[in-house]
Design a protein around this ligand. Structure first.
Ligand SMILES: NC(=O)c1ccc[n+]([C@@H]2O[C@H](COP(=O)([O-])OP(=O)(O)OC[C@H]3O[C@@H](n4cnc5c(N)ncnc54)[C@H](O)[C@@H]3O)[C@@H](O)[C@H]2O)c1
Length: 263
């Protein structure tokens, strides 16, 4: 799959899935605007792309801050003259139980995870509409589909599906496609705090996946590349679940019940 000559803004490009998407898109021929709150991490992604012979610009930005998002999009247009692809990937997952989350934590999770994609979409759309084409790829989560905890994060990720569908419906007749990916567990630094408390967490998670493993960031980047490319020319408003089968069924529960009955 090729996206030669396209210009792609990737938010949260300094780590994990965002970095994998930025590197994969660059290998597929796109110029990358690597946006991240962590300027050093975003710059490192841009450096990796340039070292591999690609074209990348890093712009430090908080996706929750409207003025910074405007500057991000203006910098991308000024540098590359167009915006073809927007990947809303940056997110945080800080609060867990509803009784434990403070209103401040709730607001920040929603600000980064839902307001961020709204602000970036709103800022990037005019450039896409002027040229009559654009692909928006939003990164949600299986948390949008099932009650898996992390209430603020999950609510934001469910909202992101609705945002995607509405953008797809409203702007489809003007050449814009918008799709959303719901990944299952992916090995990235987002798990660092929880792994520090429970080092075997990812090992235990594997057992719940029909594929008996969690994903590598590159596997989500491959889905994002398809959705961003012309190969997905008739795909819009779609919710693409890339979760190793996690949400396909609750067979493990059935197996445990059967095993208990057999005893
Ligand atoms: N890793 C998983 O298991 C998993 C599962 C499902 C969905 N996701 C989703 O994939 C996406 C990427 O997650 P990841 O695991 O790569 O996370 P990560 O923590 O490795 O990377 C997130 C990046 O976003 C940046 N960021 C955070 N807040 C920001 C802000 N306000 N503005 C700009 N940048 C900001 C961080 O600096 C970091 O570089 C997220 O949307 C996440 O919800 C991840």
């Amino acid at each position: 799959m090729r996206i030669d000559g396209r210009v792609a803004i990737v938010t949260g490009a300094g780590s994990g899935i965002g970095r994998a998407i930025a590197l994969r898109f660059a290998r597929a021929g796109a110029a990358i605007v690597a946006a991240d709150l962590d300027a050093g991490a975003g710059e490192e992604t841009a450096r990796l792309i340039r070292e591999a012979g690609g074209d990348a610009l890093c712009v430090a930005a908080d996706v929750a801050a409207a003025e910074q998002v405007s500057t991000l999009v203006a910098s991308a247009e000024a540098h590359y003259g167009a915006i073809d692809i927007l990947v809303n990937n940056a997110a945080i997952a800080t609060g867990h139980g509803i009784l434990e989350i403070t209103p401040e934590v709730w607001d920040r999770d929603l600000a980064v995870d839902l307001r961020g994609p709204y602000l970036c979409t709103r800022a990037a759309l005019p450039a896409m509409l002027r040229r009559g084409r654009g692909a928006i790829v939003n990164v949600s989560s299986v948390n949008a589909l099932l009650g898996l905890g992390h209430h603020a994060y999950s609510a934001a990720k469910a909202g992101l599906i609705s945002l995607t569908q509405n953008v797809a419906v409203e702007f489809g007749d003007r050449g814009i496609r918008a799709n959303v990916i719901c990944p299952g567990t992916v090995r990235t630094p987002i798990w660092a705090d929880r792994l520090a408390r429970a080092p075997d967490l990812l090992e235990r998670l594997r057992a719940w996946y029909p594929l008996r493993r969690i994903a590598e960031p590159e596997e989500i980047a491959a889905v994002a590349l398809f959705l961003a490319s012309d190969e997905a020319s008739f795909v819009t408003g779609a919710v693409i679940v890339a979760d190793g089968g996690l949400t396909a069924g609750i067979r493990r529960m059935a197996d445990e019940l059967m095993a208990r009955e057999a005893r």
